[in-house]
Write a protein of this length. Sequence first.
Length: 289
Amino acid sequence: MKPFRRICALLVLSLLLAAPAFATPALWVARKDQATVYLFGTVHLLPSDTNWSSQALDRALEASGTLLIELVDDNPANMQALVLKYGLDPAHPLSAKLSPRDRNRLERAANEAELPGGAATLQPMRPWLAAVTLAMTPLVRAGMDPAQGVDRTLRARMEKAGKAVQGLETAEQQLRMLADMPESMQLSFLRQSLDEVAEGPARLRELIDAWRRGDTDTIARIEDEDLRKDTPELYDRMLVQRNQAWAKAIAERMHQPGTTFVAVGAGHLAGPDSLQKQLEKLGVEVKRE
């Protein structure tokens, strides 16, 4: 998957389905002495009729005393403040950074995404935020609700049970990962998003179907291969560096007794640089449940 869809994986990885969908996503476990860590891939928006529970997942959640997810400070007020801080550049309109051809493509993409206000809405945005906005708008209009996301559902379940919920990153870290990209990289990312808006939801449908089946090979092919080949510096920033940091944090937890359930975007648990691979480099053996 190209950078456009890898970024979107932080925020959206689903589409509206016509009928209830039953899923058995993949689950992994690592054990060392008295410590256990479960690894589960998530999607951040889902239709309300998607059933992804399973006996193995329920047992893992019941056994876990702590849930570790990507973010815990992603409340709307905080996210809005961070987007205003890192995502806007009204003194330099977006179209001024684009060639005439790309300005025309931006207009078409905004129309195809049915973005309220059209391309004018994107003008005060930095390129990274414009790309993410173009990705999210059609899915939100289709009825996707962040409250239905897997990570949100897991969080609510654990908090209701009185268990700890912690974040691997902060919302500011995640947004700065995008905002701190050189502008040339942001523009490349935006151009690729313009290419992909016209493709429609077919690749996202393939991705969500692979998640339901626990098909990590397909997830890796869709999410990571193009990114790794076409823009390796972005692949390293988005996936490798984060997986390495998360692996260190998880490995440290395994020095203490207890059970932790780790839920991160499904793309982080697939491919040659997956979180599992990074844990194995640190001497932590991971097995599929």
